[in-house]
Design a protein around this ligand. Structure first.
Ligand code: ZN
Length: 492
C-alpha cells in the first residue's frame, strides 16, 4: 500500500473512533443531567457496550499495520500520527487487566460514596487496596521497567514526570505556606456573603456570564448537575453548573470555570474536528483555560467590580457596601478541609499533599493501611488543623476510588500555566482592566483562543504554553500574582 493511502486510512479510522467517543461522552453527560433514575443499570450496560466497541477499534490489528505504514504529509500530519500511536498504548494493558480495572473501579465508586456518608474508612480500605493493586499493575505494564507513577501521569499530562512535578511543587510550597500564614495572621477579615439569592436569577446571571466569557450557545447548552463539568468537543460542547440559594458564587464561578474548559474545545481549529489533534492536548492545559477564566480574569478586582453591579441590579442590596468590599468577599481566604471549596491561597497545598501521597502509593513506599495516618499527619503539618472526620480527610475525593492516580497534579499544573498566560496576556493588553471593568472579555478570550485554544493537540502541552508566553513556563508568575493580590486584599 502507498504510504499516503495508509495515512488517509488511519485518519478515516480515527475520525470514526472520535465520533463514537463523542457519542459515548454524551451518554455520560445525559447520565449526569437528564437521565431517569430507573435507567441507571441499563445505562451501565449501554456504556459498557460502547466501551467494548471503542476498545476493539483502538486495538484493531489493522490499525497497527496502517500506523506502521503511514507517512505524514506535513507537520500537523506527523502530530496526528504521533497522537494516534499514543492512543494505541491502551493495547499494552492486557484486556483482562483493563476489564478488571473497569469492573472494580465502577463498584468502588459506590462503595466510596457509602463509606463517605457513614464515615467508615475501615469499610472502604479493602476496596481501595484492590484499586491500588490494579493501578500499580497497570502502571508497571505501561512503564515497561520505568516509574509506574510516571506512566499513569502520562495519560493525563503527556511527557510530564513525577520528578518534574515534585521539583515544581517543591519550589511553590514554601512561598504558599508563608503567604497562607501571613494572610491568616492579618487583622483584616473580609465579610462572607450572606442571605438568599433566587435560583432563577442566579441561572439568568450564570447564562449572561457564560455569554460574556465567549461561550458559543449555538454549539452548546447549560444544564444543572450535582458536580459541574463540561463535556464534548468541536460543535457540541456542553457545560453544567449547580445552584444553592445561599451560595451564588458557587454557581457563577463553576459556570465561568466550565466555560473556560468549553471555550478551549469550541476554540480549536475546525479543520481538526474529530481527529487526534481535535481536542484539548492535556488535562493541565485544559485546567489552565478554566482557571484563568475563573480566577485571574473572573476574580480580578476589575471584573468583580462589574459583577458587583450586576448582582446589585438583579438581587438588590445584599449586605456588601462597595465594589472594594465585594472584591475581598469574592477572594476571601478561609482555611478548610475540602479541596474543592478551597480559595486560591489554599488550593495548591491540597493538591501537593494528594500528589505526594498517591505517588508513594504507586511507587510502593506507602501502603493503604498507613494512608489515613499519613494523610492526617500531612494535613496537620500543612494546614495546622487536625482532620476531624474521614469525609473531611481521606474520604473527601472520588478520584482514587475510580482509579484516577496521576490526575491530581494536573490541577496545580493548570494553575501554574494560568499564571504564565495571565502575565503574558497583561503584557500584550495594557487596557485589560478597562475591558474587565465593563464586563467585556472579548479581547482576553480572543487572545487565549489565538495563543492556546485554536491549536488543540497540534503541539505538546508544555510547548503550546511556551509558544504562547514566549519562554519556558514556571511557577514564578503564579506565585507573584497570588502574593500581590492577597497582599492588597489583606494589607500585608
Ligand atoms: Zn476544571
Amino acid at each position: 500500500m502507498m504510504r499516503n493511502d495508509a495515512f488517509a486510512e488511519v485518519m478515516a479510522m480515527a475520525r470514526q473512533t472520535a465520533a463514537l467517543e463523542q457519542v459515548a461522552g454524551r451518554l455520560g453527560w445525559d447520565q449526569e443531567t437528564t437521565m431517569p433514575r430507573g435507567a441507571a443499570e441499563q445505562r451501565g450496560e449501554e456504556m459498557a457496550a460502547m466501551e467494548g466497541v471503542l476498545h476493539a477499534r483502538r486495538t484493531d490489528p489493522r490499525l497497527a499495520d496502517l500506523l506502521e505504514a503511514a507517512a505524514a504529509p506535513d507537520a500537523a500530519g506527523a502530530r496526528q500520527l504521533r497522537l494516534a500511536r499514543a492512543h494505541r498504548r491502551a493495547c499494552k494493558v492486557p484486556a483482562a487487566l483493563a476489564q478488571e480495572i473497569a469492573r472494580v473501579t465502577s463498584l468502588a465508586q459506590g462503595i466510596w460514596a457509602e463509606a463517605r456518608a457513614a464515615e467508615d474508612v475501615v469499610g472502604f480500605l479493602p476496596t481501595l487496596a484492590e484499586v491500588i493493586a490494579l493501578k500499580r499493575q497497570e502502571g508497571a505494564v505501561l512503564a515497561q521497567g520505568g516509574d509506574p507513577y510516571d506512566a499513569l501521569v502520562d495519560d493525563y499530562e503527556p511527557a510530564m514526570t513525577g520528578a518534574e512535578i515534585a521539583a515544581m511543587f517543591g519550589a511553590m510550597r514554601p512561598r504558599l505556606v508563608s503567604l497562607r500564614e501571613r494572610v491568616l495572621g492579618s487583622d483584616r477579615r473580609p465579610a462572607a456573603l450572606s442571605g438568599s439569592f433566587s435560583a432563577d436569577s442566579q441561572l439568568r446571571l450564570a447564562r449572561d456570564l457564560a455569554t460574556a466569557f465567549g461561550y458559543d450557545w449555538t454549539r452548546g447548552r447549560l444544564d444543572i448537575a450535582v458536580h459541574p463539568f463540561s463535556s464534548g468537543s468541536a460543535n457540541d460542547v456542553r457545560i453544567t453548573t449547580r445552584i444553592a440559594e445561599a451560595d451564588p458564587f458557587n454557581c457563577f464561578y463553576s459556570t465561568i470555570h466550565e466555560v473556560g474548559h468549553a471555550a478551549y474545545e469550541q476554540g480549536i481549529d475546525p479543520d481538526y474536528a474529530l481527529t487526534p489533534i481535535g481536542q484539548g492536548v492535556s488535562m493541565g492545559v485544559h485546567e489552565s483555560q478554566s482557571r484563568i477564566y475563573e480566577n485571574q480574569l473572573g476574580r480580578s478586582r476589575a471584573f468583580t467590580g462589574w459583577l458587583f453591579g450586576q448582582m446589585r441590579e438583579r438581587f438588590g442590596e445584599f449586605g456588601i457596601g462597595s465594589a472594594d468590599e465585594f472584591f475581598a468577599t469574592v477572594n476571601r481566604v478561609q482555611p478548610g478541609f475540602i479541596r474543592t471549596e478551597a480559595d486560591e491561597v489554599h488550593y495548591n497545598l491540597h493538591i501537593m499533599m494528594r500528589f505526594d501521597l498517591e505517588r508513594a502509593l504507586m511507587q510502593g513506599s506507602l501502603e493503604v493501611g498507613d494512608l489515613e495516618a499519613a494523610w492526617n499527619d500531612r494535613f496537620k503539618a500543612d494546614f495546622g488543623v487536625t482532620v476531624d472526620r474521614p469525609s473531611n480527610g481521606i474520604l473527601q475525593d472520588v478520584h482514587w476510588s475510580v482509579g484516577l492516580f496521576g490526575y491530581f497534579p494536573t490541577y496545580s499544573l493548570g494553575n501554574l500555566y494560568a499564571g504564565c498566560l495571565h502575565q503574558a496576556l497583561r503584557a500584550d493588553q495594557p487596557g485589560l482592566d478597562d475591558d474587565l471593568a465593563r464586563g467585556d472579555l472579548a479581547a482576553a478570550t480572543g487572545w487565549l483562543r489565538e495563543k492556546v485554544q485554536r491549536h488543540g493537540g497540534l503541539y505538546a502541552p508544555r510547548e503550546v504554553i511556551a509558544r504562547a508566553i514566549g519562554g519556558a513556563p514556571g511557577e514564578a508568575p503564579l506565585l507573584g500574582y497570588l502574593e500581590a493580590k492577597f497582599a492588597e486584599i489583606y494589607g500585608l
